[in-house]
Write a protein that binds this ligand. Structure first.
Ligand SMILES: [Zn+2]
Length: 257
């Protein structure tokens, strides 16, 4: 897509009317728009809309605009986390958890994928099912996606250990009962997710190595997205900067509480 077409896509996205449902920050919405423009500009294979606490109404509005601009769209179930390794505990409990996740997913509605190339569809389906991770289809660094997934596995392991040490769980039934009761467990600081807000123009959490270097894969993507925003619309890039500042101020305020 030429820059004029990208500009027209961005304008239509920015003109969208939708119900925020109280779920999204300005920054998240603007980054959704930037990612979709990046897909159209061939800088990113696909964009994922609607994962987590996202507005349904925004998802429907984005679907209409993306289709009108010749992009492909597909709905799948909410993305199931990918396990690059099995957690270090009873495989039967792990199977039970995965099954529970699948059941929960059927109640959670759909997410929307925006992409250009129909050949990507099998890879999108595999990522949505948790068979592969999302790095390739979303164009995110494999190191960052892997560290994020590893954090999820370590939390599962910390929960399992907590059921043993804090509740004396021994057999499968104990673990299942505690999980159903959402029994509270202390997660050691080393296993807690660390959110690093160093690259405001990307929607993934950078891994530790990437966060510490301004030439890492995550950093390069951040600069590329910033360049794209500036090229397509300096006013849009300024709006993004403003939203970044507001987000940082909001986080500071939250952390003082
Ligand atoms: Zn990384």
């Amino acid at each position: 897509m030429k820059d004029a077409a990208l500009r027209s896509l961005l304008r239509d996205l920015q003109d969208l009317q939708f119900d925020r449902e109280g779920k999204e920050s300005d920054l998240e919405i603007l980054l959704d728009y930037l990612e979709i423009v990046a897909v159209a500009a061939r800088e990113k294979p696909s964009h994922l809309q609607g994962q987590g606490m996202r507005s349904r109404s925004l998802l429907q509005a984005i679907q209409r605009v993306a289709e009108a601009h010749g992009l492909l769209v597909m709905q799948t179930g909410v993305v199931i986390p990918h396990f690059h390794r099995a957690p270090h505990y009873d495989a039967r409990f792990f199977d039970w958890e995965r099954e529970l996740e699948r059941q929960a997913r059927t109640r959670e509605g759909q997410v929307l994928w925006v992409y250009r190339d129909a050949d990507l569809e099998p890879a999108i389906r595999a990522a949505a099912e948790g068979e592969t991770d999302v790095a390739d289809v979303l164009g995110y660094p494999a190191c960052c996606v892997r560290e994020y997934n590893e954090t999820g596995i370590r939390i599962s392991e910390a929960l399992f250990r907590g059921y043993q040490t804090e509740y004396g769980a021994k057999d499968l039934d104990d673990f299942i009962r505690l999980a159903k009761e959402h029994a509270k467990v202390t997660i050691p600081p080393a296993d807690r997710p660390r959110v690093r807000h160093v690259f405001p123009y990307v929607q993934f959490s950078p891994c530790r190595d990437c966060a510490e270097s301004s030439t890492s894969p995550a950093a390069e993507l951040n600069w590329a997205m910033k360049r794209l925003a500036t090229r397509v619309s300096p006013a849009f890039q300024r709006a993004l900067e403003k939203a970044v500042k507001a987000e940082i101020a909001f986080r500071k305020q939250q952390s003082r509480r």
